[in-house]
Design a protein around this ligand. Structure first.
Ligand SMILES: NC(=O)c1ccc[n+]([C@@H]2O[C@H](COP(=O)([O-])OP(=O)(O)OC[C@H]3O[C@@H](n4cnc5c(N)ncnc54)[C@H](O)[C@@H]3O)[C@@H](O)[C@H]2O)c1
Length: 273
């Protein structure tokens, strides 16, 4: 349903790979709520071609950018401002990749070249996107930046390996850059800590399906879907959340505040019989 929450706003949405991507849902909902925006992803992800369908649907221009490359990010902002006709009001950082996870390497045995790659792609990319915007003065006062994260930044989840540390850095960048950009331009920066979600990045994690079902049972409301996450991101881009900044916001059906659910206890009792 459209409330025109983002009417007149210009945005940049990263990370839409296919229709399962959280960023894909955010783009659909931002379009529905009246925003205009550009779409971006790593040049290699463009080869799949799926993003063209989204661009057509949302009337958006695609600007390829490797989020680890400062020149690519500079081009992304300058082209976006040109195409959209002014400075940017919202940015979605929806980028995650761990080579250690992809190669099935355990946390204790992390390969450091892969670890550094993961840090660059999944956390420093946010710093670079903010740094370039700050230098170019590309984001309007009271603009909003949202980055997606996971609760492994706060608690140990063995299978999440180096991404746990990388997400902790991502959340710290939101806080610290949120301070600097807030003071200068009232730009707000938050991370949204989302439930396990069946996407390319999510399902690449070892044992994902079992854990997905566990988290669903451990959450009073069940796992939050990608669509619901997109709705939440839209509220954060809107003017209705103007004083929310530097926060890590759980969007997880209550998972993060739950010790245990009766549903899980019952399963445990059944399996113990
Ligand atoms: N799926 C989950 O369970 C889950 C849970 C919590 C948080 N998240 C986070 O949500 C975000 C989006 O992931 P998703 O689940 O929608 O999966 P996804 O695989 O659809 O999206 C990840 C995106 O990152 C992009 N990317 C990778 N390297 C890049 C680079 N160098 N430059 C630019 N883009 C690059 C990929 O092309 C892809 O579009 C990630 O930050 C992820 O960690 C996911």
């Amino acid at each position: 349903m459209s409330y025109n929450l983002l009417k007149g706003k210009r945005g940049i949405i990263t990370g839409a790979l296919d229709s399962n991507s959280i960023a894909w849902k955010v783009a659909e909902k931002a379009h529905e709520q009246g925003a205009i925006f550009t779409l971006t992803n790593a040049p290699i992800a463009m080869r799949m071609g799926e993003i063209n369908k989204l661009a057509e649907k949302c009337n958006a221009t695609i600007i390829p950018a490797d989020a680890t490359s400062i020149p690519d990010i500079e081009n992304l902002y300058s082209k976006s401002m040109e195409v959209l006709g002014g400075k940017i009001d919202f940015v979605l950082h929806s980028i995650g990749m761990s080579v250690n996870i992809r190669k099935g390497i355990s946390y204790a045995e992390s390969n450091y070249d892969y670890f550094n790659k993961g840090i660059d792609v999944s956390a420093l990319s946010l710093h670079k996107m903010l740094n370039v915007a700050y230098r170019m003065d590309a984001i309007n006062d009271w603009g909003s930046v949202v980055a997606l994260t996971y609760i492994a930044a706060q608690r140990a989840y063995p299978f999440y390996t180096d991404m746990a540390d990388i997400k902790a850095l991502l959340e710290s960048i939101c806080r610290t850059f949120g301070y600097h950009y807030g003071v200068r331009n009232k730009v707000r920066i938050n991370s949204v800590s989302q439930s396990p979600t069946k996407t390319t990045a999510g399902t690449g994690i070892k044992g994902f399906d079992t854990f997905y079902n566990f988290a669903d049972k451990q959450s009073p409301l069940g796992n939050a879907s990608a669509e619901a996450c997109a709705d939440y991101c839209i509220t954060l881009f809107s003017d209705l959340t103007k004083m929310v900044t530097m926060q890590n916001l759980y969007h997880d059906g209550g998972y993060s505040s739950t010790g245990v659910t009766t549903s899980l206890i019952e399963d445990f009792e059944k399996s113990a019989k």
